[in-house]
Design a protein around this ligand. Sequence first.
Ligand SMILES: NC(=O)c1ccc[n+]([C@@H]2O[C@H](COP(=O)([O-])OP(=O)(O)OC[C@H]3O[C@@H](n4cnc5c(N)ncnc54)[C@H](O)[C@@H]3O)[C@@H](O)[C@H]2O)c1
Length: 252
Amino acid sequence: MSSTVRTAIVTGAARGIGAAVAKRLAADGMQVAVLDLDAASCADTVSAIEAAGGKALAVGANVADEASVAAAVEKVAEELGEPTVLINNAGITRDNLLFKMTVEDWDAVMSVHLRGAFLMSRATQKYMVDNKFGRIVNLSSTSAQGNRGQVNYSAAKAGMQGFTKTLAVELGKFGVTANAIAPGFIATEMTAATAERVGVPFEDYKAAAAQQIPVARVGEPDDIAHTASFLASEGAGFVSGQVIYVAGGPKD
Ligand SMILES: NC(=O)c1ccc[n+]([C@@H]2O[C@H](COP(=O)([O-])OP(=O)(O)OC[C@H]3O[C@@H](n4cnc5c(N)ncnc54)[C@H](O)[C@@H]3O)[C@@H](O)[C@H]2O)c1
């Protein structure tokens, strides 16, 4: 195994799954760019990494904005190192039934997940190709298989799977792998907000979800971080174009 220190970018890493992934990659020995909409919101994740002896950089950027992404990736390359690991994790939900869904809610979800992953991958791939090494991990979801009230989100998360497979096909010969993680129910502010929207206390919401999950519990951000750590590792170079469901069972 190589002892090269890799530089990773984790988008949406101020909290939730992204924060857990950022901390785990730092614990694995990577330098981590903690990217979220507002650099100040990344402070907790950066402090936790530094307190554990790791190296991290807070980066404020909107993944859906081309100029913002270009500036962010340049900053990471200059101030931390050439990014060769990318975790496309930033995400939003704008749930509604089809007949009530606005064009704005459709476009917002498509922009953050699909446009965001596209822009971030395009901006970082040159560093990966130059280094003959790259790991791209995209966050899909069990919602890719269809989920009531999430026509925008499920389309975006299914789109992430096709996007991932094409990245794997195009970039494989440069030492770059691309894989997707499709989480089931993970306890974060995203799922807490969903519980609030449907008017159920989060603890009850989680307990009800756990009853439908074969391992009889909901997921935690560290469950996803563990899988991302494997896919981003040096040794995972022959795993590419895969979608790994991390859902406590074969489906949500
Ligand atoms: N929580 C779950 O059950 C679950 C299940 C399946 C998939 N996912 C996916 O995992 C990822 C992380 O989810 P989470 O639960 O941690 O969500 P979260 O809402 O807790 O965190 C998402 C982060 O992304 C950031 N973000 C949003 N838009 C952004 C943008 N345009 N640019 C940069 N950052 C932006 C937010 O500020 C936030 O810090 C998302 O892609 C989500 O769709 C979550």
